[in-house]
Design a binder for this molecule. Structure first.
Ligand SMILES: C[S@@+](CC[C@H](N)C(=O)[O-])C[C@H]1O[C@@H](n2cnc3c(N)ncnc32)[C@H](O)[C@@H]1O
Length: 279
């Protein structure tokens, strides 16, 4: 449908939904103008109308993907909402470590990791609070649909302003090297993390081998962009990828779409979830 301004935002919203399953509210159509300005420049186009018309004439999956990626909201910070990290440190990880002692292995997934701060926060937490696990195989996987933020995560380089958001000073000194305004995670932390681009809603999902299930999954501040149906399907997949005694953290305002397959516990100022086991 054409709007008064002439741009068919509905067409753009459908593209975003098809590629990322993000549901954008029409009241936020103005975001397309700001977010796609660089893409328009790169394409040598003057406005969104020209972009829509060009895609109508000739489909371009690469361009459509770039539109969906440009519309993602990548807000994040180190140790965001501190409670899950504190609860892991004080209560959940000590128990998990005991049960993983025979295998000496722990797997974390920062699903929708944005530019990597969540994954690196977990790596620093492990190094700082559980130094005796240095000989264990501790892997932190980070995935995000947006290639630009995944590249940033892979580089592990942050501006002073990002470093100043949520990172305790002693962590900055211990785990980062800096040059001017830029701070780069040290190799010992970088080496604990893998990052790659992946769509959480793809089929098959980003991880699908249940023989290497995750012990802890962070799926925070991403489901709010999905429809109820997408959330349900995603959480069924996450349920299969989590160890039976594994732990799921969602964003502070998020809940599982199907509570019947999860147990929830409120502790340490936050809620965490575990796969419900058959009675
Ligand atoms: C607001 S950030 C949350 C980052 C981090 N989890 C946190 O809580 O700080 C949401 C991230 O979800 C990613 N995202 C959105 N839809 C996605 C999808 N279908 N698959 C994977 N990542 C997606 C976005 O690219 C964005 O980086």
């Amino acid at each position: 449908m054409q709007t008064l301004a002439g741009v068919d935002y509905g067409y753009l919203r459908k593209i975003v939904f098809r590629f990322s399953q993000n549901v954008l509210d029409p009241s936020r159509d103005y975001l397309f103008d700001a977010r796609l300005s660089r893409l328009l420049r790169d394409q040598g186009m003057t406005d969104l109308d020209e972009l829509v018309e060009s895609l109508r004439r000739k489909k371009s999956p690469a361009l459509e993907r770039s539109i969906a990626e440009a519309m993602t909201i990548n807000e994040t910070s180190f140790f965001r909402d501190s409670h899950p990290f504190e609860l892991l440190r004080l209560e959940l990880l000590p128990k998990l470590i005991e049960s993983r002692r025979p295998a000496r292995s722990l797997r974390f997934w920062s699903a929708a990791c944005s530019s990597g701060q969540e994954a690196y926060s977990l790596a620093m937490l492990m190094r700082e609070s559980f130094p005796s696990l240095a000989g264990w195989n501790i892997r932190i996987e980070g995935t995000d649909i947006c290639s630009e933020v995944v590249e940033r995560a892979l580089a592990g380089c942050y501006h002073r302003v990002e470093i100043n958001r949520g990172l305790p000073a002693r962590f900055v000194v211990r785990y980062f090297d800096h040059e001017g305004e830029n701070w780069t995670v040290k190799p010992e932390i970088r080496g604990m993390c893998n990052f790659r681009q992946a769509n959480l809603c793809s089929s098959p999902p980003p991880f699908n081998r249940i023989d290497d299930r995750f012990d802890v999954i962070f799926l925070r501040n991403v489901m709010l962009y999905f429809s109820q149906e997408t959330r349900r399907t995603l959480l069924e997949g996450i349920h299969r990828l989590l160890a039976p005694d594994g732990i799921l953290f969602l964003g502070a305002s998020e809940q599982p779409a199907d509570p019947s397959i999860w147990t929830s516990e409120l502790a340490g100022g936050t809620c965490h979830f575990r796969p419900r086991q058959p009675e």
